[in-house]
Design a protein around this ligand. Structure first.
Ligand code: TYD
Length: 208
């Protein structure tokens, strides 16, 4: 079976981590030779540093919002070179929980979409990007329900701004020829998983 690169995107609380895991299980069950799930920020050195600065206990002014776009882009280069590209070269199905669309949405609030897009334009586009579409109010309710402390980007007004930014990102990336499927992320985990699968299977058919 041939390599496929899938990105899962959406607001915090939209279910990306769960859907990434279920999609990987599906690929394994159908016998794909190698299946890799991964995420950004990555587990590499830059990714680990990003997680420390996103921690709510971290003093935001130490690494300001205008520096973050560069850190995320640096982490992405490292993530691709160390993990994603070698896996794809071996024929793996690689599913990443967040990719540059997250930067284009979240970091555009600090430096604007054109500047973030310039930092990210050379990275390999996914074969398909799944955008898990959930209203900001619902996303906040899910974040609070899991008892999490809110991170830097998770207040309701921020989530609303990020949701709007994602709309612009979808337009921008589709204009570049990217394949992005918007999926209704309401409902049960299993219902959403079925919608994700339909999108992935259609992509695989078009690649065959
Ligand atoms: P995520 O791993 O989704 O959060 P969690 O720790 O809850 O699993 O991502 C951490 C945060 O980083 C999330 O709020 C989104 C943000 N982020 C960006 O702002 N830009 C990016 O490029 C990426 C990959 C993530």
């Amino acid at each position: 079976m041939s390599a496929i690169f899938i990105a899962v995107e959406g607001l915090d609380g939209s279910g990306g981590t769960t859907q990434t895991r279920l999609l990987a299980e599906w690929f394994r069950a159908r016998g794909h030779n190698e299946v890799a799930t991964t995420s950004e920020p990555s587990t590499g050195p830059v990714g680990r540093f990003i997680r420390t600065v996103l921690d709510p206990n971290h003093e935001a002014s130490v690494v300001g919002d205008s520096v973050l776009p560069f850190l995320f882009a640096g982490d992405r280069r490292d993530h691709l070179d160390r993990e994603v590209i070698p896996s794809l070269q071996r024929g793996a199905a690689v599913i990443t929980d967040r990719y540059y669309h997250s930067s284009l949405a979240y970091q555009s609030l600090a430096i604007g979409l054109p500047a973030v897009a310039a930092l990210n334009e050379r990275f390999r586009p996914p074969d398909v990007t799944i955008f898990l579409d959930l209203e900001p109010e619902e996303s906040l309710a899910r974040i609070l329900a899991r008892g999490a402390t809110l991170e830097r980007f998770e207040a309701l007004d921020r989530l609303r701004a990020i949701y709007e930014a994602y709309e612009a990102v979808l337009v921008h990336c589709r204009a570049r020829g990217e394949h992005i499927v918007r999926i209704d992320a309401r409902g049960t985990i299993e219902e959403v998983h079925k919608r994700v699968l339909a999108a992935v299977e259609a992509t695989m058919e078009s690649m065959a």
